[in-house]
Design a protein around this ligand. Sequence first.
Ligand code: NAG
Ligand code: NAG
Ligand code: NAG
Ligand code: NAG
Ligand code: NAG
Ligand code: NAG
Ligand code: NAG
Ligand code: NAG
Ligand code: NAG
Ligand code: NAG
Ligand code: NAG
Ligand code: NAG
Length: 848
Amino acid sequence: MLFTQGFLLASIAASGFARSLPSKVRPRQAPSTTTDAPDAQATICGDIVDDANEGFQIFWASDAYACLTSVPFNAAVATRFIQYWNQTIQFQSTLAYLKTPPQGYQQPAVDVILELNRIQQKVDANAYANQYDFEADFQLLTYALHDSHVYLTAGVLAAFSFAAPYEVVSVSVDGKQAPKIYITDDILDSAKEGWNPSAITSINGTEVNQFLTQYAALNSWGYVEPHAEWNALMSSPTLDIQGGLTTLSGAGTFYPGDNLTYTFENGTKLETFWLAIYNEVANYTGPLTTGGDFYNYFVLGLLPASFDPTTIVSPSYSGELTEGPTNWTNVSYGAFPDDPFIAQADLGVLGGGLVTGYTLDDISTGVLSLPSFDAIPQTIGDYSLAVNQFIGNASNSNLTRVIIDLQRNPGGATLLAYTTFKAFFPDLSPFAGSRRRSFPAANVLGSATTKYWDDLDENNDDDYILKQQLAADEWLITNRINAATGKNFTSWQEYQGPVNANSDAFSLTEQYDLANVIFDAAAFDEWYPTMYMPNKSAWAFEERLFNPDQIVLLTDGLCASACSLFVEMMTRAGVKTIAAGGQPKSGPMQTASGTRGAIVYSAFNLDDDMSFARSIDTTAEALIPEIRDPGMYTKAAGFNIRDQIRKDETTPLQFKYEAADCRIYYTIANIYNMTQLWYDVATAAFVDPNKCVDGSRGFSTTNNTSPNPPPKPQSEKPVLSLDTSALKQVRFDDDPEDGFRSAYGRPIGGNDITLCPSNGVCPDGKSQCRPITISCAGEGSKNVKACLPPCTNRKGSTSCPGTCNILQTQESKVGLNRQANFGQDLFSGLCYPKTGTKKLGCTRNPTA
Ligand SMILES: *[C@@H]1O[C@H](CO)[C@@H](O)[C@H](O)[C@H]1NC(C)=O
Ligand SMILES: *[C@@H]1O[C@H](CO)[C@@H](O)[C@H](O)[C@H]1NC(C)=O
Ligand SMILES: *[C@@H]1O[C@H](CO)[C@@H](O)[C@H](O)[C@H]1NC(C)=O
Ligand SMILES: *[C@@H]1O[C@H](CO)[C@@H](O)[C@H](O)[C@H]1NC(C)=O
Ligand SMILES: *[C@@H]1O[C@H](CO)[C@@H](O)[C@H](O)[C@H]1NC(C)=O
Ligand SMILES: *[C@@H]1O[C@H](CO)[C@@H](O)[C@H](O)[C@H]1NC(C)=O
Ligand SMILES: *[C@@H]1O[C@H](CO)[C@@H](O)[C@H](O)[C@H]1NC(C)=O
Ligand SMILES: *[C@@H]1O[C@H](CO)[C@@H](O)[C@H](O)[C@H]1NC(C)=O
Ligand SMILES: *[C@@H]1O[C@H](CO)[C@@H](O)[C@H](O)[C@H]1NC(C)=O
Ligand SMILES: *[C@@H]1O[C@H](CO)[C@@H](O)[C@H](O)[C@H]1NC(C)=O
Ligand SMILES: *[C@@H]1O[C@H](CO)[C@@H](O)[C@H](O)[C@H]1NC(C)=O
Ligand SMILES: *[C@@H]1O[C@H](CO)[C@@H](O)[C@H](O)[C@H]1NC(C)=O
């Protein structure tokens, strides 16, 4: 099955961790202080595993972090993993564009290979205090690609994910005013109980929008702009029906701190704790007691020697099997209507059904809800059937407009993007071109595999079967179409080009031949897109039942992979789009900010491809490593092998600014009322464009126009680390204990310090150039001049009420101490309690 995305947080989703702590799971209690003879070996890691075996899944973040940072680091294992990933990531299609992105790309540039070398240097310099520090640095680099086809689930980082205990939403009162942040339960409960919820003004003393932007930038995986990262933090009924977790409340990757405080507009403060979700199945690990045991299990994949896995008692399922729902109402907290006129068979959070269809009769509008394309193979037919039934019924009922709701759609089966498009536009052939990097290792894989396949003898039964089975192999090109000629490629050599672009080399553009049943059978689990074939069956409409101007796509920007392929096909046909939500500021938002790559590819498949090519070809033997050993135990890893490319273009779709035609804010009234949301969408799309967010229109390329993209957000800072001579800025940690320094300009709660320009005058006119020394373990030290603002307290006063401790770094103890005494206030800028020590300029903060 060709998947363009394939991610499920299934086990956690199924456990029902929702907007607040469910009763079945509870955090571990604070470490006990009883005087019972302590087990000499026991550590916090052991306590967690014991509790997990008793059925607890949620722990204090502080305990998880204490455990994670007790896991030792081994430079040889880390080095092997870096080598493995370095070989693998050469196949990532976007390396050159990440290094030098075109105008319109909204994320920071990153030189992936340079960064890998930086990490290797830190390994060599023994700069990682523990395994968590190494893995966090590494994972930040995979996140810096902003491509959800690039994934890595490995090592101790896979053991936990982090969560704020309350889910939040970002909603406007009237659709025009900038949204504010509310606790999701407050929005739901207040509507029922008739009171006014109060918005959150700050989290942990940081203004709420700033806090969430920084948290999102650090923890988000795979979005090409911050508006989408913002939405991924928030609750959504369309996420509820899929059992997913938000980035803020469940899918946090990095240790966020121990406790956190929400402050509301009405002055109330809510003090609470960060949580950690343990992701391993209870009892399957055997008895893990120490950080060293965690290393063996999570990093090396070894069970304890004393443990006999056949003794595992599997978690038992005691629930009764009940009839599945026929609507999404209950599971979406009342948001979805309970009367869909189309509902795919086996709906349900854990069921196979995804598609529902609705009518808004008074405005003659049908709504097709496609929350995902990630259908399991057995349900592909039901999915397509539901789509066709929707279109047929909507047309028979003479509905004049259709909203296709793609909120939260993470992609899935590529086939469904093709078939859904063709169900709407049977008369059109989508372009759907793609290409890959052209370099020696890839080309030897391609030429060896393609030649092998071409040479198989169709008259020999075994060869014939093998030929059919291999027909969708990624390294076979002679049954794919050359977009330039409309004919099959004749050889890999014809395909490999190279086509030079952005200082890298690429193949020609390929397309699938969907009329080729042998390819289809191999690619799509025996499902056939008959509507692409000369002899259409009853599955295909003869003609389109809706025109592009009758249809609008609704997204929340999170649309990824197969969803972005669908959006691309539909918008090239002239269908317009509305994006909902995003950061609380006016202006446009992109429709599909999840990956726009054409296909995800697993590192394990690449391992197999390489051994296969070595076994059939002597050139491959010379060019390709004999054994690929990741060193570290890897549950899942992969990359984007092919870019989506528009006809006659060279820039991958991933890097183009593709604005929605209109953007709307979610409102208090529509965030948990889909009917209201769809009315609002229909109004903005078809009736009154003034309902769109100010400044959000006129940026789209829907009708093949090419307006200028808006400028890149100012807040994005260049990558930096002490090893690079291009050091432009340094950052400091707000909290010396939290261990977080991002090499990519993403500290939690940190601030920026700008280095002095050569003329010695700070750009803001207020700060002054002062010499400071930055030193970090393993990174050496550096004397720089930085623009240091005067001490300010939170209220903006520049006279600190006492001593002001500027830039005290724990390692270097540089001077510049001005004395200040801070009293009770919370401070930003550079006023700190005199007891505080700040670490400065380290790419990570090795625990002292
Ligand atoms: C990664 O691979 C590139 C290209 O082969 C090489 O130049 C670089 O040194 C490698 N980096 C590491 C850390 O192995
Ligand atoms: C303030 O608002 C919060 C959030 O809506 C609510 O939980 C709390 O009860 C309110 N406090 C008061 C005193 O009204
Ligand atoms: C919130 O503040 C607490 C106490 O200062 C700190 O321990 C925690 O790390 C902070 N969390 C974040 C995310 O800043
Ligand atoms: C949060 O942590 C800080 C520092 O560890 C502590 O001073 C503060 O009291 C904690 N807040 C809560 C709500 O526990
Ligand atoms: C783990 O195994 C023990 C018995 O060996 C059993 O009592 C316990 O319920 C199991 N834990 C879970 C979460 O299934
Ligand atoms: C919606 O589904 C629920 C089960 O979740 C069912 O009880 C209810 O009858 C359904 N509503 C309608 C109108 O069919
Ligand atoms: C419906 O929702 C309620 C409250 O959220 C929950 O207790 C109940 O189990 C749900 N029913 C189903 C069938 O999901
Ligand atoms: C309308 O939907 C029903 C199922 O609800 C289906 O049986 C019927 O075939 C559909 N009609 C058309 C024209 O697709
Ligand atoms: C749809 O329009 C056709 C042609 O005007 C008409 O015959 C048919 O009755 C209408 N169907 C409905 C459900 O209104
Ligand atoms: C491409 O080759 C396949 C056989 O591999 C053949 O079935 C198909 O018709 C060819 N397509 C075109 C467009 O020539
Ligand atoms: C696209 O542009 C053409 C003219 O360039 C116009 O005739 C057509 O109506 C436009 N289509 C849409 C869907 O805006
Ligand atoms: C949802 O919105 C619709 C349309 O405004 C309204 O009729 C309905 O009462 C709302 N539902 C709830 C539960 O508020």
